[in-house]
Design a protein around this ligand. Structure first.
Ligand code: SIN
Length: 320
């Protein structure tokens, strides 16, 4: 089952030579698959079905789309005749959707079957689009015996949903798994596995989809960053109540290095904690994880990037 959500993989430009001036999310997922030569060989007799869950540029990803997507993934994975779900997605927030699905999909389903996100850095109309090969590789991963868990496939590399991170603005090979390293490579319709397929989230961080549905308004959690001259005023401004804006419930701070904070920002964050806002210390470094420091009054994100730590915090606040 291939679920479409939009992105550059479904984007079109006026000219085939234009790789950046395109509009994302224009081509339907069924039409995208029609344009992939060689797919029947990879399918090895399996049927390919499609469903358009959304059609967005992933910079505009919304919580209602995440929920609908999670519900459709659960619906399809629960069917005995469905072997796997592939999701076409924009590259810009793919890592957030991957983490969200990893955190909320039922353990029994994703321990048995894979959910494979894929994407493209060049629009479907490009001279040399990367979407068709990525789709073929994603289907290969989806049908590889033993594959399971939430993974992402781009440029011949398979990344775990927990680790995947967009690391380049333009290159076709735009993703990294950071310190964890890639999960596998796809070479000529064969998966070369380097580590074990990802395990479903057990207890820690897992939130059932039915518990998310209870919260009509998701807890507001924002991200702030530490930098030279950071005075924390942005945090103090966010603590002020405003009509028709949901109150701030959480803050993830992308600190410097091991999550270190300018003392003025730290003071403002302490004030946030006193106002009942949950603060999680993360890092603006692309690699490494935040190691706990003694006596810190802020929680730490462990190995989650700021955007993933924000999702974990939102889900954590919902499940209380
Ligand atoms: C998007 O994220 O939807 C647009 C950019 C891309 O897919 O590369």
């Amino acid at each position: 089952m291939v679920l479409g959500t939009g992105g550059t993989i479904a984007g079109t430009a006026q000219s085939a030579s234009d790789n950046i001036g395109y509009t994302a999310a224009q081509v339907g997922v069924a039409q995208l698959l029609d344009g992939v030569p060689g797919l029947p060989a990879v399918l090895q007799g399996h049927d390919l079905c499609t469903e358009q869950v959304a059609q967005v540029d992933s910079k505009d990803m919304r919580f209602d789309i995440w929920l609908a997507l999670a519900q459709r993934v659960v619906h399809h994975l629960a069917q005995a005749e469905v072997s796997a779900v592939v999701i076409t997605h924009g590259t810009d927030t793919l890592e957030e959707t991957a983490y969200f699905l990893h955190a909320v999909l039922p353990q029994d389903l994703i321990s048995a079957k894979p959910v494979v996100l894929t994407c493209a850095m060049r629009p479907a109309s490009a001279l040399n689009p990367d979407g068709p090969q990525n789709l073929m590789d994603a289907v290969t991963v989806a049908l590889t015996p033993g594959s399971h868990g939430v993974v992402a496939v781009c440029a011949g590399t398979v990344h775990g949903g927990l680790d995947v991170q967009k690391a380049h603005t333009y290159k076709v090979d735009a993703f990294t798994s950071g310190d964890a390293g890639p999960l596998a490579y796809v070479e000529e319709a064969q998966v070369r596995l380097l580590r074990k397929w990802p395990l479903a989230q057990v207890n820690k961080g897992h939130v059932a989809i039915k518990d998310i549905l209870k919260d009509e308004v998701w807890p507001r959690v924002e991200i702030v960053m530490n930098y030279a001259g950071c005075d924390g005023q942005v945090v103090l401004a966010m603590l002020q109540p405003r009509d028709s804006v949901a109150p701030l419930r959480g803050l993830v701070v992308a600190g410097t290095g091991n999550g270190t904070l300018h003392h003025d920002l730290e003071r403002a964050l302490r004030q946030a904690v006193q106002s009942g806002v949950k603060v999680v210390r993360s890092t603006r470094c692309a690699n490494g994880r935040v190691l706990p420091v003694a006596d810190s009054e802020f929680a730490h994100s462990e190995d989650l990037s700021p955007v993933k730590a924000r999702i974990a915090l939102m889900l954590g606040l919902m499940s209380r």
